[in-house]
Ligand binder design. Sequence first.
Ligand SMILES: NC(=O)CC(=O)O
Length: 418
Amino acid sequence: AASLRDIVAAVSSGRSTPEREIAAAKERVAAADGEIGAFLRLAPEASLAAASAASGPLAGVTIGVKDIYDTRDMATEHGSPVYRGYRPVADAALVSMARLAGAAILGKTTTTEFASLDPTPTRNPRNLSHTPGGSSSGSAAAVAAGMVPLAFGSQTGGSVIRPASFCGVAGYKPSFRLLPTVGMKTFSYTLDTAGLFAATAGDLAVAAKAITGRDLAAPVPADAAGLTVGLYRSSVDFEVRPEMLAAVEEAARLMEGAGARIVELEEPAALAEARASHGIVQGFEAVMALSDEYRNHHDEIGPMVAAILDDAARLEPAAYDAARRAARVGRKAASALFESVDVILAPSALGAAPVTLASTGDAMMNKLWTLTGNPVVNVPGFAGEEGLPLGVSVIARFGRDARALAIAALLQNLVTPQ
Ligand SMILES: NC(=O)CC(=O)O
């Protein structure tokens, strides 16, 4: 299927029209989604007709939106029976901004309940016996299957970068709060981050620029001359499968071959402690954010999210405050890392997608960077066992999203030359 940039070029040149792109996307969903299950529902014809007449930098670009984002024209159920049939009055901010940029919100994609851990029925398009990852399961799968060129996800632990890695697509977890989470169901209000999926890092940059109006589509360097790239050695690398460690090494070798200086970065203790504090921050805030659902619908919600809330309900405020202090110290340590390197390379997941639909995998490789708020881009194209994809994360200093996207695009060009 055509990439986002191909569609934008075709529509702006008159070779295609938004109406044709929307019809083609609907056909792709009808043809592929029966066995994948990425979409929950498609937008009403009136909305798609309005999008067919839209103009703007994303005219003709169809988007799959994770069903924790409010949509004015479709039910928004948060992956939960508690919200069955729930109809918001207004679009979430990011949805509204995408419509203003001319995009067509094609439909809602599956999410784990409240964007936590209870898996959806969605399958990995690369191998249907494997999980697509979570919590943005349908968004990653819809892009990986070529149904839509762009999808919205979110990350509180690893819910953009991990499914992007499992499904072999580019994923972007922006600097914390770069994209608004207004109208997106809250799980943890100091962690929840709106994110994007597309075929390539270049497509992500064009989408992010069009939606935000920020100059996030910086020119992609022809080579890595002058770049210093940190090869991150975390305190939990013993949990990473050898094939993923090899993929990160390959990414470093490719960058070195393109002129980068590679330096090994041992994880500072402050970042190991910050990673260990993520669960306490996440759970304590989720018990408050979901207080009504937890108390009035406890027996209806999924067993995994219920267990997380049961555990977190026992946390004392002092424990949460200590975890927040560790997070703040971690953010300072993360900032110090970037005094010596331009970007960091690290695993996007512990390995390839597990051969199960009963779990969406483990956020171990992602949750630190969600907590520190650094921009992360998953670069697909590394090959794991059984032909399953592996992704490598390009991580930049907080606020340097254009740099993260540009260097990720460079790495992607090295991994899979265009
Ligand atoms: N929402 C999340 O990020 C949870 C996960 O990593 O699966």
